[in-house]
Design a protein around this ligand. Structure first.
Ligand code: ADP
Ligand code: MG
Ligand code: MG
Length: 906
């Protein structure tokens, strides 16, 4: 253990690691190494590996320091030599930043400490050496503030508290009557430092640490600790990242963006993270450091001239004002701009993906501080993947894998209808930070957003600016609106990552957290008032705006076509109306995997006939009622079969227990009695007799068809007649009749006989025939065990994984809400098995039944029609098991198509 390498060096075009070593060095560190290797200027530094984080958690501070000591000393010496400076030196002191970095980027999760190594002595040396006292003291006050917040834990823990350093800084600015910290004088800064140190002493009863080595180890420990903080834990849970990954620590020589007007700092993207447009963009601040750009303290400026002009147009700023007050980096530092432009091109070409970069300009020299594959919206993922494919930067399989199936959801989400937009009144405009349309009630605090959302209310989280503490609240909101901050503010970046609509930097709104109001001009909006956001234009509207589904064309259509080229599985949809069938076809559904007939029984007069049937005391009465339902069903089936144009349509025979069709409340029963002209008592008696203790395990599924064969007969007749009618119109129809809830082969044989005999009868009557299949839903564990026997009779299987999960676990779907979340929280279950297929248990049954079934019938068609059919992970599982198709709700069809294609190219 002693001899393990724990520290990796980089600098001066050399590095001990590279981009492939993300697991050991974290994403940031691995890319810092890689940038060095390809000749991009990066300040020298070193990385303490993610393995040390795990050691820290098990061995503790002292032991870890012992393990690190020699290597860290050597590493600092390496950086000293490269920079020609010395740590803790009284002539030319080396300052470093301490940065966290896990293998995937977790925005805002871990805090960075800058300017480490300063104390009352080194600050003078720094001032003298740089010939810039202001810069030295600005760095010092920043250091105490960051170190105090992050390492010493003085950052406020609740929303009511203020950051003590911010309070002092604000008071100072007020006293000096200045707006920006850049306007403070050297003496102001010196006084700030004094006050900062005093507050540290007051709160912690300890002096601020002056020894740079102590500062360094303190910061390293803090990074490791932050891996376990609540926010980081929540983020990991949200994304399913394991705790064992750990975070690396990056220690890197400081370069200074706060050395005056020839220095700057910024963030940039090689393409547009919101839309995917191939346009370099980003934001910068002159004479600033580190996180000033993303923190929304000063409003950052656009890097490119084009971006600046677009921004001005959105904000209603005229060209003269723009040029004077909000110039782009391209105008202010044209040569450095050119270098930055070339560097981002080089990085994108090297990584073959859109890059999200951080840079600092120190006295007219550009340094890159970070690069990573940029987070982006679903729309942007699709556009960038398809355009990079066209540019031949990546191949087809890579393009397919560049889009996260779940993210397609955003593209399928509603947008505002043109009519609603026309009638709407925009109350203000901010920056289009993350596209989409959102409408909901105003809330001002993240925890209140969670409360509203728990009550099934849709909310818009309105904040002056967001911070990582707001993550949970953002996650449950429809959209986010902030008064401050640019396109790379915390709100914007996180919202894009979540695929949430966000409007940032809407400067015209005044937020009063105490009163819980938002004022625009003279109009006051209270908590609970409705507003709507357009994340694509930055517009904010009063009230609730109507939305509609977007068109799917261009790059999206091209991506879908690419899916079809590689996929081995079909994707069908679960729907039971001609209208939804048509939408599903547009989304590329290759059939209907589940058409639930019971939904058809509720419309209009049908429910009356249905109730008549249920109330009937003998077969004759039931047949009379069923005869009334037949024409409705036939018409419905005709519509659906026609919409699917010869694609297979799986129609499930009546499944739910009959009590679902009769009223349970007294008033409704009385109404029904009047309508049907029978005594209330009779109805009440019949309804009571339908009552079951455990209806989901009761008289439902094929058990209905077996007790009332005339129902199966009627439904079969409706299906076959519908198909024959279409055939007359030269429209091809391929019905697949599905018997629900089969547990034994005999049940299947009983129902199949009725179906086939009825079909033959209809064929004879109409003197024509059609093709059709008879198969079964597999949703009872016993059916899986005897799947070979069933398959000897059945022509297809469709796994009803909702019921199969319910019965395999013995969890009632209707009652599991009481404990499932607790199970997930306590890691008793990895995920809600009703959302993500339990591959280990339920999946084993699916696999076994598929194999057994195919052993008895080679050509057995097998699919899945539970909610899982649209869950990307479950789709991959279905591919691996060799299913013929998955079937899911209409809006998930494109997601399933992509997941299926990705499974095929893996
Ligand atoms: P995050 O993961 O939150 O982005 P980083 O470690 O990237 O945190 O640090 C945030 C910012 O701090 C960087 O974008 C950069 O501007 C600044 N920074 C970090 N290290 C240095 C350094 N060595 N010199 C100058 N600025 C730095
Ligand atoms: Mg940060
Ligand atoms: Mg960063």
């Amino acid at each position: 253990m002693k001899n393990k390498k724990r520290v990796y060096l980089f600098g001066d075009g050399k590095a001990e690691g590279d981009a492939k070593m993300k697991e050991l060095l974290g994403g940031k560190g691995a890319n810092l190494c890689e940038m060095n290797l390809i000749g991009v200027p990066v300040p020298p530094g070193f990385i303490i590996t993610t393995e040390v984080c795990t050691e820290y958690n098990t061995l503790g501070k002292e032991k870890v320091r012992e393990l690190l000591e020699t290597e860290v000393k050597k590493a600092i010496a390496y950086v000293e030599k490269s920079m020609g400076k010395k740590f803790n030196d009284l002539k030319n002191p080396l300052l470093v930043s301490v940065r966290s970095g896990s293998r995937v980027s977790m925005p805002g999760m871990m805090d960075t400490v800058l300017n480490l190594g300063l104390n009352d002595q080194t600050v003078d040396a720094l001032a003298k050496k740089a010939g810039n006292e202001r810069f030295a003291w600005d760095s010092y006050r920043r250091f105490i503030q960051m170190y105090g917040d992050v390492v010493l834990g003085m950052k406020p823990k609740s929303k009511e508290e203020h950051d003590p350093f911010e309070v002092i800084l604000d008071e100072m600015k007020e006293a000096r009557k200045v707006k920006n910290d850049t306007e403070l004088t050297v003496d102001d800064l010196k006084e700030l430092v004094k006050k900062f140190k005093a507050i540290v002493k007051k709160v912690l009863k300890k002096d601020f640490p002056t020894d740079p080595w102590e500062q360094l180890y303190g910061a390293v420990y803090a990074v490791f600790e932050s891996w376990m903080n609540d926010r980081a834990v929540y983020y990991r849970q949200m994304h399913g990242y394991p705790e064992e990954w750990g975070t690396a620590v990056n220690v890197q020589a400081m370069v200074f963006g706060n050395m005056g007007n020839t220095s700057a700092t910024g963030v940039c993207f090689s393409r547009d993270a919101a839309t995917g447009e191939n346009i370099f963009n980003g934001e910068y601040l002159v004479n600033a450091q580190g996180e000033d750009v993303v923190a929304g303290i000063r409003t950052p400026l656009e890097i490119t001239l084009e971006g600046s002009k677009r921004w001005a147009k959105l904000q209603g700023v005229d060209e003269k004002t723009r040029k004077k007050e909000f110039p782009s980096l391209e105008e202010v530092m044209p040569e450095l701009y050119k270098t930055l432009y070339d560097t981002q091109l080089k990085l994108e070409k090297h990584y073959k993906d859109m890059q999200d970069m951080e840079f600092t300009i120190e006295d007219n020299k550009l340094w890159m501080l970070q690069t990573r594959n940029g987070k982006r919206t679903g729309a942007s993922q699709v556009r960038i993947a398809m355009e990079m494919l066209k540019e031949k930067m990546i191949d087809e399989k890579t393009a397919l894998n560049r889009v996260e199936p779940k993210k397609l959801d955003e593209l399928l989400h509603p947008i505002f209808t043109p009519e609603a937009l026309k009638a709407a009144k925009a109350i203000t405009k901010g920056l289009p930070a993350s596209p989409g349309a959102a409408t909901g009630q105003i809330v001002f605090f993240a925890d209140e957003a969670e409360k509203f959302s728990a009550d099934k209310k849709q909310v818009i989280l309105v904040r002056i600016e967001t911070s990582p503490e707001d993550l949970r609240g953002m996650n449950v909101s429809q959209g986010i609106l902030t008064a401050r901050g640019g396109m790379t503010s915390h709100a914007a970046v996180v919202a894009r990552g979540m695929g949430k609509c966000c409007v940032s930097g809407a400067g015209n709104i005044n937020i009063d957290y105490k009163a819980r109001t938002m004022t625009v001009g003279t109009k006051v909006y209270k908590q609970g008032d409705f507003i709507s956001l357009n994340g694509s234009t930055g517009e904010v509207y009063e009230g609730q705006l109507a939305t509609k589904t977007p068109e799917l064309s261009g790059d999206f259509a091209a991506l879908m076509k690419l899916c079809d080229k590689y996929t081995k599985m079909n994707v069908r949809t679960n729907t039971d109306t001609p209208h939804d069938s048509a939408i599903a076809r547009k989304f590329g559904a290759q059939g209907i995997g589940l058409c639930r007939t019971e939904h058809m029984f509720f419309e209009g007069d049908r429910i009356k006939a249905m109730r008549e049937m249920i109330l009937a005391t003998d077969e004759e009465g039931r047949r009379k009622a069923l005869a009334k339902i037949l024409p409705y069903q036939r018409k419905d089936f005709e519509g659906i079969l026609e919409a699917m144009q010869g694609l297979p349509v799986t129609i499930r025979l009546l499944d739910p227990p009959l009590h679902e069709f009769v009223p349970n409340e007294k008033e409704n029963q009385a109404e029904m009695a009047k309508e049907m002209n029978i005594p209330l008592k009779t109805i009440k008696f019949r309804v009571d007799s339908l009552h079951e203790m455990n209806p989901m395990l009761g008289h439902r599924g094929c058990r209905l068809g077996i007790t009332y064969p005339e129902i199966t007969e009627m439904q079969t007749r409706a299906i076959i007649e519908a198909a024959l009618n279409l055939k007359k119109k030269k429209i091809k129809a391929l019905p697949e009749i599905m018997i629900p809830l089969i547990g034994t082969t005999a049940e299947f044989v009983n129902q199949e006989k009725i179906i086939r005999e009825t079909a033959e009868k209809v064929f004879k009557e109409k003197k024509d025939t059609i093709e059709y299949l008879v198969g079964t839903m597999i949703e009872i564990p016993r059916a899986c065990l005897v799947a070979d026997q069933i398959a000897a009779k059945a022509e297809f299987f469709s796994f009803g994984t909702n019921d199969l999960t319910q019965m395999t676990f013995g969890y009632s779907r209707d009652d599991a809400g009481k404990f499932l979340q607790i199970y997930v929280d306590n890691k008793i279950l990895a995920a809600d098995p009703f959302q993500t297929l339990d591959q280990e248990g339920v999946g084993q049954l699916v696999e076994m039944a598929t194999n057994k079934g195919r052993s008895a019938r080679k050509t057995l068609k097998v699919g899945i029609c539970g909610e899982h059919g649209g869950d990307p992970d479950s789709v991959v599982f279905c591919h691996n098991v060799g299913l013929n198709y998955v079937s899911c709700s209409t809006f998930r069809v494109p997601i399933a198509r992509l997941a299926a294609a990705q499974a095929a190219v893996k």
